[in-house]
Write a protein that binds this ligand. Structure first.
Ligand code: GLY
Length: 346
């Protein structure tokens, strides 16, 4: 087993282990004195992995109640959150019990927010079941729901008590869902680690399982460094947004439907690199293509730029964008929004 200790205001470990789900009860019992747990998952993960988690929790002496909601971003809303609060209340979950998020980013984000707010805070565990949630959303304590005004607009920082990443789980993912996670992994290589990038560019979607544990470890370790330096997202953490400025715009243009976040990140990285660091363009695009990720878009920039101005990371009139002039060296650049438009349209 590989372990990464995250030294934030509330320290915790990320465990990376094949078969870790079947041992989750044992691991969770080491971080809580309670033997009562509320497991929150979605109806896709329920069919694939809930029983394994329940068997392990039961073997470790936990009494579990389970809440299942429909899979998909549309569930990350106030209505589901209200139902989760009611479920926690009906299950008599107290502040000393534990909440387990078993699923991808949607499950982790909404469960984390419920855990941050129910009874003013209950400890929670992340068991991420997608590559994207293993390398990104389950680590670092960002929790949120979506409202009519936009994605992730209501949330809080709440670090989990433990994260369990089981790469065997990823074998059940559809290729396009696995590819989506690769968008974030390629981002980590681009912003911080050329060796990680080389590892990924020498593999492809069909054989990535062979490097999965190494890759997840390196990505989580980069996230650890960034989050430890800037837990509350005031500066350095923005580096994780490489590819996201245009990526979010692509998602927004598609109404957050039928356009995956990781695909947006890949296209966003390629588009900004094409314009501002063309010397790296070919290598980055080749790597994205190896994981069947988009490397651009047909949507005119003039239609995407209005979505960039709505990004949460922007200050009035200015925009922070990320650029890599060398692989492994991301930089945050702050410019007036008009100048960003000129750069991207040029
Ligand atoms: N997903 C980006 C962050 O955690 O800051």
């Amino acid at each position: 087993m590989r372990k990464i200790s995250i030294n934030t205001s509330h320290p915790y470990d990320v465990l990376i282990q094949r078969g870790g789900l079947a041992k989750c009860g044992e691991y969770i019992s080491e971080v809580t004195g309670s033997r009562r747990a509320a497991i929150i998952t979605d109806d896709v993960v329920e069919k694939l992995h809930l029983q394994t988690a329940l068997d392990s929790m039961k073997a470790a002496g936990f009494e579990c109640s389970v809440f299942v909601f429909p899979n998909g971003e549309q569930s990350k809303c106030l209505e589901t959150l209200g139902r989760i609060y009611d479920f926690l209340c009906e299950s008599n979950i107290t502040r000393s019990d534990i909440i387990v998020a078993l699923g991808g980013g949607v499950v982790g984000d909404i469960t984390g927010f419920a855990a941050a707010t129910y009874l003013r805070g209950v400890e929670f565990i992340q068991i991420p079941t997608t590559l994207l949630s293993q390398v990104d959303s389950s680590v670092g304590g960002k929790t949120a729901i979506d409202i009519a005004g936009g994605k992730n607009l209501v949330g809080s920082f709440k670090q989990p008590a433990l994260v369990i990443c089981d790469s065997d789980i990823l074998k059940t993912l559809k290729p396009e869902t696995l590819a989506e996670g690769m968008g974030e992994c390629i981002k980590y290589g681009m912003i911080r680690d050329e060796k990680l990038f080389e590892l990924m560019e020498s593999h492809c979607l069909e054989n990535v399982d062979g490097i999965m544990d190494e890759m997840v470890y390196k990505c989580v370790d980069i996230k650890r460094q960034v989050v430890e330096n800037d837990e509350f997202d005031k500066g350095e953490r923005m580096i994780l947004n490489f590819g996201h400025t245009i990526g979010h715009a692509l998602e927004g243009w598609h109404n957050y439907k039928d356009y995956a976040h990781g695909a947006g990140v890949a296209a966003g990285m390629c588009i900004i690199t094409d314009r501002l660091a063309p010397q790296l363009s070919e290598r980055l695009k080749k790597c994205c293509e190896a994981y069947k990720l988009p490397t651009g878009t047909d949507i005119p920039m003039s239609e995407l730029l209005p979505f960039c101005s709505k990004d949460k990371k922007n200050e009035a009139k200015n925009i922070n964008y990320i650029i890599c002039n060398e692989i492994g060296r991301g930089e945050i650049v702050k410019v007036p929004f008009d100048e960003f438009c000129r750069l991207m349209e040029g």
